[in-house]
Design a protein around this ligand. Structure first.
Ligand code: PEP
Length: 252
């Protein structure tokens, strides 16, 4: 089963609007063809419309880093998934460990966001992953199984085939301590087995699973070579155009 790789940058709360626009201008004609690999940048919400308008082609896919569960209403300060779709956003990253930790996001809330994203014609990148303490005490698999089962609740097989799961061990995010490719593959394989148990082998074969955690141009190849890893969610190394392009070139 061949799944198209997806490399997604997560800029977090970084860059100025001017830098974001410069990034788009610089990378857009250098990206590998979208039929080979999906090139995605998750940018701060305030940059999204301008970045989308700056594009002269659709090789660079623009993602949001968060959204709310409702399309409109009295939810002061929230980001409407309906408006994200209206401005041309295609993916929304949800369940990142930083949002789980600093904003107390639960699996149920993430599940409601996933449904809101589909309702508006976009696709979620659903993050999951364990802490170092959980890894060391052997709790990784039950923890991740719960995260995946609750985040996917009520989604149908067609939706699950299209979405992306990002496995990000918390101890590897922004620490420079990446997981070994073997360990990352083992956990991504476990996630695939959970999807098979919840849906079917067909759905499990189709769903794309990224590894995230200190991925860089010089270590991405080892992850992409693994059976169950279909791409990467990348923080720090996605900020510079040259390094983002280098991450993508490895897939070609
Ligand atoms: C992330 O932000 O999801 C991430 C994996 O960051 P980094 O690549 O910097 O570890």
């Amino acid at each position: 089963m061949s799944r198209k790789p997806i490399i997604a940058g997560n800029w977090k709360m970084n860059k100025s609007l001017e830098e974001a626009v410069e990034f788009v201008k610089e990378v857009q004609d250098k990206l590998p063809d979208a039929s080979v690999v999906e090139s995605v940048i998750g940018a701060p919400a305030l940059f999204l419309p301008t970045m989308i308008q700056t594009r002269t082609n659709d090789q660079l896919v623009i993602a949001a880093q968060n959204c709310y569960t409702e399309d409109a209403g009295a939810f002061t300060g929230e980001i409407s998934p309906k408006l994200l779709a209206e401005v041309g956003v295609q993916y929304v990253i949800i369940g990142h460990s930083e949002r789980r930790e600093y904003f107390n996001e639960s699996n149920q809330f993430i599940n409601e966001k996933a449904k809101a994203i589909f309702r508006n014609g976009m696709l979620p990148i659903i993050c999951c992953g364990e802490s170092l303490e959980q890894r060391e005490s052997g709790e990784t698999e039950p923890w991740i199984k719960e995260q995946i089962t609750e985040a996917l609740a009520g989604l149908n097989a067609d939706q699950v085939k299209q979405l992306v799961i990002a496995y990000e061990p918390i101890w590897a995010i922004g620490t420079g301590k990446s997981s070994s490719a073997e360990l990352a593959n083992e956990t991504c394989g476990f996630i695939r087995s959970v999807v098979e148990e919840l849906y079917s082998q067909d759905v499990a074969n189709a769903v794309r699973i990224q590894y995230g955690g200190s991925v860089k141009p010089d270590n991405i190849a080892q992850y992409l070579a693994e059976e169950h890893i279909d791409g990467a969610l990348v923080g720090g190394a996605s900020l510079e155009p040259t390094s983002f392009i280098q991450l993508l070139e490895v897939t070609c």
